[in-house]
Ligand binder design. Structure first.
Ligand code: HEM
Length: 279
């Protein structure tokens, strides 16, 4: 993503920072394929919570009472930071808790998130898979052999063509999440392009973007650039130790929640009125 985003080029008032139709309706829904079917709940030692053990996702829909009466958010956040997200693979994309049992806990008839995503794309009149591939300067496969090459999977290409007839008609959400990942990423080339485009626009078209000169002082920018996710978790939960995951280990060393916060709030003390002068 760093490579696709490039360096911040500065504010451009001609760039529209709003979220695009394709981004909300298809692209960023890629993460529906990274959801695990269980909500892992761990105690302070990162072991299964003795009182409130892990609970299935389908038993958790619309159940905020679980947070209130079953140990708060810390056990859930420990589960999220120390267990991997589901890996999207071409032969196992969405878990049944979302595909067969969405919201069944509170509704008689369960929904199917994959269908909702594709139906919403059609509601919104999104062009098909190949149109977006062309938009991104990628190849537009015309037949089974070319689609198999893009997907690196002959069987999957055949199944898609059995359903859609032509790659032009593939729903962009399904086509996008079917692509093999870019190196080091969790989406294929089409969604990597569309995510990077959206993030660039959000960054460049926002005059309050934190790197835009005049928004913050140099020292404030430096302080903000040092904030880590582990710091945010420590500052906002009762969690004080990182567990064993690689992501959590990266924050180790500056991680104990009891340490002084890394964001030096005194840097903001005299700058309360900067925004009102900023054009
Ligand atoms: C258990 C986890 C999740 C559930 C049950 C869930 C469910 C849903 C549902 C029901 C919709 C509306 C579908 C429709 O009728 O069109 C939706 C929309 C969406 N979801 Fe998820 N989702 C989950 C996680 C995520 C994650 C992790 C992401 C991204 C990081 C994500 C991104 C989106 C986006 C971008 C939309 C469209 C929002 C909009 O247009 O306003 N979802 N999700």
């Amino acid at each position: 993503m760093h490579r696709l985003l490039g360096r911040y080029p500065g504010y451009n008032p001609r760039v529209d920072p709003s979220v695009s139709n394709v981004f909300a309706t298809a692209v960023y829904r890629f993460a529906h394929l990274a959801i695990q079917p269980m909500l892992t709940r761990l105690d302070a030692n990162y072991r299964e919570h003795p009182q409130f053990p892990s609970v299935s996702l389908s038993q958790s829909f619309f159940a905020p009472w679980r947070i209130v009466f079953e140990g708060g958010v810390d056990p859930l956040i420990r589960g999220l930071i120390s267990r991997p997200a589901k890996l999207n693979t071409q032969d196992h994309m969405m878990v049944d808790a979302l595909r067969e049992r969405l919201f069944q806990f509170v509704r008689q008839l369960a929904l199917d998130l994959g269908s909702l995503n594709m139906q919403r794309g059609r509601d919104h009149g999104l062009p098909g898979y190949n149109a977006w591939r062309r938009f991104c300067g990628l190849s537009a496969p015309r037949n089974q052999a070319e689609l198999a090459q893009v997907m690196n999977n002959t069987e999957l290409a055949q199944k898609l063509l059995d359903l859609y007839g032509t790659p032009e008609n593939i729903d962009v959400w399904l086509g996008g999440v079917s692509e093999p990942f870019v190196r080091g990423g969790r989406v294929g080339p089409l969604f990597a392009c569309l995510i990077a485009n959206q993030f660039k626009d959000i960054r460049q078209g926002d005059r309050f973007w934190y790197e835009n000169p005049g928004v913050f002082t140099k020292r404030q920018r430096l302080a903000l650039s040092r904030v880590t996710l582990s710091r945010v978790i420590c500052d906002n939960t009762g969690i004080t130790t990182p567990g064993r995951s690689k992501a959590a280990q990266r924050g180790r060393g500056r991680k104990r929640g009891s340490l002084e916060s890394e964001v030096k709030t005194e840097l903001w003390r005299s700058s309360c009125c900067r925004f009102t002068h900023f054009q």
